[in-house]
Design a protein around this ligand. Structure first.
Ligand code: MRU
Length: 362
């Protein structure tokens, strides 16, 4: 996607040296657009853990490049297994992280140490290119859902968290059809859940949509049900961090409540995902998907820009009150209208997913 007319991806190899890895520091958005240079395994692991880089598909791609950086230091088999395991532990819920590292190891294990670095960069680049292409396809498959609702002249979409291009290598998942609809001249407006506690909606989705010229309004997370009751939401589209083979959907905390409100108000609730987000080993999302528990300070405190331009973190909870911070929840498949993937749309069910991805029938 473009920033001020310049095309960017969310992760890339520095063209100057040909090996260091560049990402945006998403903890600084929307206040400043800082580009980080990652030069070793620990910097890549820190970037993922601290959410300088985030979003399920993107952390998979950054982990793949993190393994490239690790191999530059030590390409032995023992070091490669150790470093891949360390990168895989940085965040527990998004399955793309494990998927990308498993794919890297599958490609690199048969090679001798001397051939690994070049092969690793080629594989990481392929993962990044494929993610971009898959998201572009998701956009095309999601677009008709928006066009159908826009037949009355305009369309209101609600989204949660950030499932835009910042969360992927390019395009985004939930936001890809929205960008395409906007670019086709459809009168589209997006309700952006602020997405407490880390405010990925207010900070990242709003910044992305604003940069692209898409009409949007930031709302408190609790406003969605009210808007749906009053006919102000035509459809919901969200991203996901892991989808079970039965169609249960893990996504940012609060997604489940949006799905409940959508069901009660007959608002379609769609989930956009590349197939790299499907965990074919898991059937029961509520019981089997690990939910990341993050620092309580993300709930008790809030960060923003002061009137004088400085960035400050202030406490919003009563002094001494503890906080709890489950970062994701699981929406059962029965509440999901359907899934939008790179091969098309399907029911959120085992049969629906196998219809799109028959190679997993075995
Ligand atoms: O904790 P985050 O910001 O990494 O969580 C991101 C989300 O929940 C996104 O909605 C999800 O990864 C889909 S991104 C295409």
């Amino acid at each position: 996607m473009k920033i001020s007319g310049v095309p960017y991806r969310s992760v890339w190899v520095d063209p100057g040296d040909g090996w260091s890895v560049r990402i945006f520091d998403q903890t600084k958005l929307p206040w400043s657009l800082d580009i980080l240079r990652l030069t070793d395994r620990d910097q890549a692991a820190h970037a993922i853990r601290s959410m300088q880089t985030r979003g399920a598909p993107l952390i998979g791609a950054v982990a793949a490049y993190g393994l490239c950086l690790a191999l530059r230091a030590d390409a032995s088999s023992a070091a490669m297994e150790r470093d891949a395991a360390l990168l895989a532990e940085t965040r527990p819920t998004a399955i793309n992280l494990k998927w990308a590292l498993d794919r890297m190891l599958g490609r690199l294990r048969p090679l001798g140490a001397s051939g690994r670095v070049d092969a690793a960069y080629a594989e990481a680049a392929a993962i990044a290119d494929e993610d971009s292409a898959q998201n572009e396809a998701i956009g095309r498959h999601g677009l008709p859902l928006i066009q159908e609702k826009a037949a009355k002249g305009h369309v209101n979409v609600l989204t949660h968290c950030n499932a835009g291009w910042l969360a992927t290598v390019d395009w985004g998942t939930a936001l890809a059809p929205i960008y395409m609809a906007h670019d086709l001249g459809i009168d589209i407006h997006v309700w952006v859940d602020e997405t407490r506690p880390r405010n990925q909606g207010a900070a990242l989705t709003a910044w992305e949509l604003g940069s692209h010229g898409v009409k949007h309004t930031v709302i408190a997370d609790n406003a969605g049900g009210h808007l749906m009751q009053h006919g102000m939401v035509d459809l919901v589209i969200v991203g996901t961090d892991r989808v079970t083979r039965t169609g249960d959907v893990a996504n940012k905390i609060g997604t489940y409540l949006k799905a409940l409100a959508a069901r009660d108000n007959d608002v379609p609730f769609w989930v956009a995902l590349p197939s790299t987000t499907i965990d074919w080993t898991v059937a029961d999302g509520v019981r089997e998907i690990p939910i990341e528990e993050r620092a309580a300070s993300e709930v008790t405190d809030i960060t923003g820009r002061m009137a004088d331009g400085t960035i400050a973190t202030v406490r919003v909870a009563a002094a001494g009150s503890p906080g709890a911070n489950p970062a994701f929840d699981v929406t059962p498949a029965r509440l999901v209208t359907g899934l939008i993937a790179e091969r098309g749309r399907c029911d959120a069910s085992a049969e629906g997913l196998l219809g799109l991805f028959p190679e997993h029938r075995s």
